[in-house]
Write a new protein. Structure first.
Length: 71
């Protein structure tokens, strides 16, 4: 397997910056990281869908909101 030299790496980075732009690059890499994390969790047997996120745990239910408004 041939190794990438410094000029090949510079060319790849330049193409990525041209395609995504500097502003969208962090969002694209963040989404890629989340996808890889979810893939690893699913591969390890953890159920990603069933586990509620921190936001879901902290957020009150719709039923609780309706009860508070009636009081």
């Amino acid at each position: 397997m041939p190794h990438l030299g410094p000029w090949e790496i510079v060319a790849i980075v330049a193409v990525v910056l041209i395609i995504f732009g500097v502003g969208r690059l962090p969002n694209a890499l963040g989404s890629l990281g989340k996808g890889v994390r979810n893939f690893r969790k699913a591969s390890a047997g953890e159920d990603v869908e069933a586990a509620p996120s921190k936001k879901e745990k902290d957020a009150p239910d719709e039923k609780d909101k309706a009860d508070e408004e009636k009081s």
